[in-house]
Design a binder for this molecule. Structure first.
Ligand SMILES: Cc1cc2nc3c(=O)[nH]c(=O)nc-3n(C[C@H](O)[C@H](O)[C@H](O)COP(=O)(O)O)c2cc1C
Length: 279
């Protein structure tokens, strides 16, 4: 006999406040302030495709799909974003035993679970020379031909992106040189795209100074850094050595940052298309 399983559909969104009970025993409610609700379903199949009865879906019409987190308990997104965005996660540390890797990978999984295209950009795997090219990046961008193979690959990743999340530690109240060097290798790749900034440190300032130092650099790309930021520190209180999250409240902050980043990502993507501004 098939085993009945309990599945959950979690939605975090800006939705009106409502509660309902369905004839099939589904219950939905919004928890005030965090705009999160959960649908529970007893089914015999894994609900990655369409586990919830069709009559429930009109209820989702009020949600701004694409600005929501929708996932099953199997981790797969159930409702795809209406506008697909590519949101790479840039890791700012290449240090042996780096602590920023855990939050970067955690955020990567969250972005994936929300249904967006993403990847980790790790300059340990993709080392870039200190900027030593004869010309400025915009010229190499125009020719789509950087003088370094890894710089070319980095350019291709960045030009395909619609938004970025930087997860970086604070070094001497600023950003790590490796991160600034990576940003120096690009320019047009970043133009008119939004950046979400996440600071990491072993102290309570948690990368806040690093974040503020990054903003004018991003502004120079004619890009924008969104207001919402995440400061993770002391890092040891957020993730254990195996990379396990110790403070579940981080999820709300990630959702808030992603919600805003997606808003800007969609708006700027549409604007780039309308204005024939392709890069
Ligand atoms: C070169 C260097 C400079 C640092 N400067 C700061 C700092 O200014 N503020 C701070 O809160 N932590 C600072 N730290 C401590 C870092 O927050 C801590 O080592 C953190 O784990 C670094 O991230 P990572 O492990 O991903 O490289 C510094 C660490 C290094 C290696």
């Amino acid at each position: 006999m098939a085993k009945w399983q309990t599945h959950y559909l979690e939605v975090v969104a800006t939705a009106r406040s409502w509660e309902f009970d369905s004839p099939l025993g589904h219950h939905g409610s919004i928890i005030p302030h965090c705009f999160r609700f959960r649908l529970k379903s007893e089914t015999q199949s894994v609900p990655d495709a369409a586990p919830f009865p069709k009559f429930l879906f009109p209820l989702f019409s009020d949600l701004k799909v694409g600005q929501t987190f929708v996932k099953s308990n199997s981790g797969a997104p159930l409702i795809k974003p209406s506008i697909m965005l590519n949101i790479p996660i840039i890791l700012g540390s290449v240090r042996e035993g780096r602590k920023s890797e855990a939050p970067a990978k955690y955020i990567l999984e969250k972005v994936k679970a929300a249904g967006y295209q993403t990847r980790l950009v790790d300059f340990k795997e993709l080392p870039l020379p200190f900027y030593d090219a004869a010309s400025i990046p915009a010229e190499y961008f125009a020719k789509d031909n950087y003088p370094d193979q890894n710089a070319q690959q980095w350019s291709e990743i960045a030009r395909a992106a619609d938004a970025f999340i930087i997860v970086s530690p604070e070094y001497n109240h600023g950003y790590p040189a490796v991160l600034k060097n990576a940003l120096d290798w690009g320019y047009s790749e970043f133009t008119r795209k939004p950046f979400g900034l996440v600071g990491v440190s072993n102290g309570t300032v948690a990368g806040a100074r690093m974040i503020e130092h990054l903003r004018p650099i991003i502004q120079n790309f004619n890009a924008m850094s969104i207001r919402e930021t995440i400061m993770i520190g002391p890092i040891e209180t957020y993730f254990d050595d195996s990379g396990k999250l110790l403070k579940p409240e981080l999820d709300n902050k990630i959702e808030g940052l992603l919600d805003s980043l997606v808003w800007w990502g969609e708006a700027l993507k549409k604007a780039r298309e309308i204005s024939n501004y392709s890069n």
